[in-house]
Design a protein around this ligand. Structure first.
Ligand code: MG
Length: 162
């Protein structure tokens, strides 16, 4: 595979694994506060991020190259509120979208067509991610920080299918 594309994809394996770690940390925050629905939501999200990492991982090997795993950054564990967590998750997804777009730019510049096909899946996935997390933020805003509404919403989030 083209060197620039390979480097960017190897870095993205790490970014996706960090995403999984960050969402697991958010899940742990909810778990500790007995907001089990939101904990489950974030845990499912963490699982999806691992799948994203593995999509890049498998693709690198399929192309005859080698994965280069690096240390995963420690995620923060201290959050202000449920709403703040989902707002941070949304900001994080926007950063990931920018990273994916950047790799796509490289793949286009290097005329790496198979990489472009893989990345198009991710581009579509990011639209979904931002939509889902954005919707969660909007619903949390409606609770106005009230416990009863938060508990109602927790049940709703817990119904998320893996
Ligand atoms: Mg991802």
């Amino acid at each position: 595979m083209n060197k620039a594309v390979l480097t960017a994809m190897n870095e993205q394996v790490n970014h996706e694994m960090f995403s999984a770690y960050l969402y697991l940390s958010m899940s742990a925050w909810f778990e500790a506060r007995n907001l089990r629905g939101m904990a489950k939501w974030m845990r499912s999200q963490a699982g999806e991020e691992m799948e994203h990492a593995m999509k890049f991982y498998d693709f690198i090997f399929e192309r005859g190259d080698k994965v280069d795993l690096k240390a995963i950054e420690q995620p923060k564990s201290d959050f202000e509120s449920a709403q703040a967590i989902f707002e941070e998750a949304l900001a994080h997804e926007k950063k990931v979208t920018a990273l994916i777009n950047r790799i796509y730019d490289i793949a286009v510049a290097e005329k790496d067509y198979p990489a472009q096909v893989l990345l198009q899946w991710f581009i579509k996935e990011q639209v979904e991610e931002e939509d889902n997390v954005g919707q969660a933020v909007e619903m949390l805003k409606m609770t106005d920080g009230k416990s009863y509404q938060l508990l109602m919403l927790d049940g709703k989030f817990g119904a998320r299918a893996d």
